[in-house]
Write a protein that binds this ligand. Sequence first.
Ligand code: PEP
Ligand code: MG
Length: 764
Amino acid sequence: MIRKSASRSSVLLTTRFDAIVQSLGTAPNLDSALLGIVKDVRKVFQVDICLLYLSDPAQQDLQQLMASDGLGADAGPPLPHAFADTLANLVAERSEPVNLCDSQASPTHPDVSCQGYLGVPIMHQGALLGVLIVQQKARYRFSESELASLATLAAQIAGGIRLAESRSSISASLSGDKPAAPFFEGVIGAPGIATGTGHVVYARAKLEQIPDRSITDIEAEIADFQAAVEQVARELDRIAEEQGAGLTPEDRTLFRAYAMIARSDELMTSTLAGIKNGNWAAGALRDSIREHARYFEAMDDPYLRERADDIRAIGRALLNELQAREQVEERYPARTILAGEDLSPLDLAAVKDARLLAVISGHGSRLSHLAILARSMGIPAVMGLADTLPIANLDGKSLIVDGYQGRLYVEPDASAKREFRKLAARERRLSKKLRLLSDQTAQTADGFRIPLYTNAGLLSDLNPSLAAGSEGIGLYRTEFPFMVRDSFPTEEEQYSLYRQVLETFHPRPVTLRTLDIGGDKPLTYFPVQETNPFLGWRGIRISLDHPEMFLTQIRAMLRASSGLDNLNLLLPMISRVEDLDEALMLIRRAYQQLEQEGLTITRPLLGAMIEVPSAVYMVEALARRVDFLSVGTNDLIQYLLAVDRNNERVARWFDALHPAVIQALLRIIRAGKRSGTPVSVCGEAAGDPAVAILLIGMGVDSLSLSAGDLPRIKWTIHSFSRQRAKDLLRQSLKLEQASAIRTLLTRALVDAGLEALVHPGNSD
Ligand code: PEP
Ligand code: MG
């Protein structure tokens, strides 16, 4: 038999797959999501039966049938049910497709005659989620292209199934049916533990990101929604009737139809039902738009299917109108845990510090600037949860954030709360113990001084650095003052900001880094569209292409240091000597200009960041040109290991203990020693006790850390002699895997009595 599905054009299949994935994303719960899949798959692949199994982790991933289509009472399955289960388990066990027909005996049941059977695993982030099976009653062998298509679809729906599971688990726990999944696993952003209430920051224009919010005044909410509908519909009518607007008759018909849909009873009734259930109008509208769009998406007729987009467009217009009526003032809960798909550092700044206890982000990893900011504020962060749970569902929920393990607990039960309270108390005891070190300088057990500086500039004030006993600012990121404005700051504005930083830390040194925009630090008023922003126009490259901007910044920095003389100047993203030479030439020019203007300024120390692999290989030439080198491990590791620092999916490939990273660090520090150029490490890796031990062994001159990491690193330095660190470095250099190096250093930390840094909470 030749199946029509096999001859379908791939474009059509792609469209149908997109529709399946989309409706999966909008399904209200897991059961309806899975049922939607099997129905759609059965239709698209034109098969008799479709079955969907999910792994049961409690039973060694045994497959459980969760949804089926085509197993009608009269039809009867072509395979005995138990056999289908066995085959599902076989697919799961092998984690690869199984394609059987009656000419081929089943490997596990040679006696059972199969007819047409194809099963593919559903894999999510390297783990088996379940199995998708299609069956034919008549004798049939699925083709290679059908197999490829089903496997493609399985890969596409995995993320959506995972989200639907989470959604169901959260609502089941809220309704008291059963406890929520013990926790949701994300990526470690910043260490610490916090218990509080979720507050979702959402993209206001995105209907799908609207959280549920409970309301007290149902009547007022209904009135608001009705007024919004009337306003939008009237506006659409007006456009449809407007003369001279260049609209075709078809356009006018479309606008009239939009107005009718906006006013339709269906939309009104289902939204009002949501409001009457206690949800705010925006949340009720989101559900009602989802439901209507899904109805159209399920249609066979391509024209009608496309009407789902129209429904969404109307939804967005209504949302806009609702938001225009809303008061803009955000109300944060007393113990805010800020959550969002893609939070920016600016969102954190909007919450009063005292109330912000933790951060949850759908995307990003521990190297994202959001996580770096959380660390410098001393609050936990869990990143990269977007594929695991719908962030919009966290609004108003009771949450525990475990930043040590990268886990989020939603609506935790009493025993989990008790456990975390104990952990938080131990953590407080450890912090208290470490605070006793804040007045001491950092030196190894055999007396080698290692100055510890802090990183600042990400909107956080300088107090955490001062409180942590920082010996100066080793990296001041200047881009954030640029991000919070709507145009480039003037020389005067920059001057007063830099002056404040230099004064606050005087006489301690302050290293101001020149502008490093681009990558994940875009400026809204200076848009740069690039396919690969991290490999693009970034840091010093922008500064050299805009010398007028660069000179303004340098002049502001130099002027700010006048009379204080504690300025060091650092250049980011140096990948070749030409760039460094040109930047140094511009700095000299600014310096001379200021001298001619009559200012007396002590020449600052000049440094280059080593954060691009080419700079590692050119380190001798770069060192000859500057007074110090500063290693930016966040970017260096990203570029060396080809791992996007912001991408949660590849976070486990980002490893500062990768042997290649250790070799690169060793090369830089040795070159620094040979040329007498001090080397500092200012990336987040310096805040990892295991990495810090290796850096001490290499002879690093200083470290610059997030304020939150400083006390732990000071304790580490006090606990190891330089000789012991050198031994550990020697042993690490013989190992070929980061995991083995981590094990070695973890053991060394435990042996040195620093178990609390390895297993948080074990400080007693
Ligand atoms: C780095 O890349 O390690 C660094 C310190 O700079 P940033 O994180 O600002 O890119
Ligand atoms: Mg960098």
